[in-house]
Design a protein around this ligand. Structure first.
Ligand code: GDP
Length: 418
């Protein structure tokens, strides 16, 4: 049951974007930050030139690349509901496998980006297996649909054959390579055409006749897969009744969280084709902090574990997952709060180092700004200034609370200079 204090968490998504090098992780992340920033931070941008300027500036400042966790806001298309999307940086290079694993611990869901012309590459397989190990629900994004050799079918088949997962296409591309014109939302049976090259304008229409049969076929398969995980939907399915869009979305989401269904989307991050719809899919199909199993902590001198459900009114339980040296404010400790509320200026207990530490200022990192806050609540991610001893993988609990150590990957990591 969700209490009133936990209500905000239903509108939170803590996600990572994982990919084989070159598949387009950076481009996808930048576009996501651009679109979320456009509506919430930097006002309207009317032409493509401004888009590129903004991206260039960001690239120069390196913010999008180096923040371990960036907080963005997204209003789901067609609704007035605003969501907080925290994007956790997951390193894409195979040398950083340990870092990838560590970041897996602090996210609730992930977007796996594939290059549509390459299918599932070896490194994507490694990251996929790590996500499996950590039970991370995923959606897949078949990127670069505009590129020569792009094939949505290739990615779908590879996901099935190489990753052994039930790939459920929830989108279907209209055209490919130079002829890539947009995508069809299979669940809602609507076509989205991109009417300018940057894809900032989307025209929504009925499904064009030439795609009707194909879309009907994959939608039928989608309903079948969704019925497997949702009893009510199965009843309807057996009676030959058509589920509503809401019912179908809810069932696919359940399948995603149970890791029985992997929704697959497609688009082109470079041409901005599909990123807005990707964000909508993050909202629709990836879990909120309330929908993932509560993190466990090991109680000192005992075989017992304690669970920390996502609740701002619960006992403080936070994990430091990345340390960065900032030229202006010094040491930044990125934390995820699982339970309770971390207050600026308070004392916490570092259960790993067995030290009491003082929390200085607290920051939320946005794509183009830093916001100072007085508290970070359960489900939130941010950076702490002032922690002297906390290292990567350390557990922070309330000062005076019983000692517990959160499940984490305890590997030393050098401080990375900004
Ligand atoms: P990362 O290594 O996964 O972060 O990949 P990047 O985002 O840096 O992209 C690698 C290369 O692919 C860059 O040259 C991008 O411009 C290009 N790229 C990314 N997305 C697309 C896309 O949708 N279409 C095409 N044609 N190229 C893309």
């Amino acid at each position: 049951m969700t209490t009133k204090a936990q209500q905000y968490l239903t509108h939170f998504r803590n996600i990572g974007i994982a990919a084989h090098i070159d598949a387009g992780k950076t481009t996808t992340t930048e576009r996501i930050l651009y679109y979320t920033g456009r509506t919430h931070n930097i006002g309207e941008v009317h032409d493509g030139a401004a888009t590129m300027d903004w991206m260039e500036q960001e690239r120069e400042r390196g913010i999008t690349i180096t923040a371990a966790a960036t907080t963005a806001k997204w209003k789901r298309s067609g609704t007035d509901q605003e969501y907080v999307v925290n994007i956790i940086d997951t390193p894409g290079h195979v040398d950083f496998t340990i870092e990838v694993e560590r970041s897996m611990r602090v996210l609730d869901g992930a977007v796996a980006v594939f290059d549509s012309s390459q299918g599932v590459e070896p490194q994507s397989e490694t990251v996929w297996r790590q996500a499996d190990r950590y039970g991370v629900p995923r959606i897949a994004f078949s990127n670069k649909m505009d590129k020569t050799g792009a094939s949505f079918e290739l990615v779908l088949n590879d996901i099935k054959e190489r990753l052994g997962a039930v790939a459920a296409p929830i989108q279907y591309p209209m055209g490919a390579e130079n002829e890539f014109k947009g995508i069809i939302d299979v669940v809602r049976q609507r076509a989205h055409f991109y009417t300018n090259d940057l894809g900032t304008d989307i025209e929504e229409t009925e499904v064009p006749a030439e795609y009707a049969d194909k879309v009907a076929e994959i939608r039928a398969q989608l309903i079948e897969a969704a019925a497997e995980v949702d009893e009510d939907l199965m009843m309807k399915y057996l009676e030959g009744e058509e589920p509503s869009v809401e019912e179908l979305v809810a069932a696919i989401r359940k399948g995603t969280i149970e890791k029985k269904i992997f929704p697959v989307l497609c688009g082109s991050a470079l041409k901005n084709k599909g990123v807005q719809l990707l964000l909508d899919a993050v909202i629709d199909y990836l879990p909120s902090p309330l929908e993932v199993p509560a993190i466990k902590g090991k109680i000192e001198d005992s075989e017992d574990t304690q669970e920390f459900p996502a609740d701002p009114e619960g006992k403080l339980a936070a994990l430091a997952f990345k340390i960065m040296a900032d030229p202006y404010v010094g040491r930044l400790t990125f934390v995820r709060i699982y339970s309770g509320t971390l207050q600026s200026g308070s004392y916490v207990y570092n259960a790993t180092k067995e030290k009491r530490e003082r929390v200085g200022r607290l920051l939320k990192m946005h794509a183009n700004s830093r916001e100072e806050v007085t508290e970070l609540k359960a489900g939130e991610l941010g950076a702490v200034i002032g922690l002297k001893d906390a290292g990567t993988g350390n557990t922070l609990i309330g000062d005076g609370d019983d000692k517990v150590l959160l499940e984490s990957i305890d590997v030393p990591e050098p401080v990375i200079k900004l």
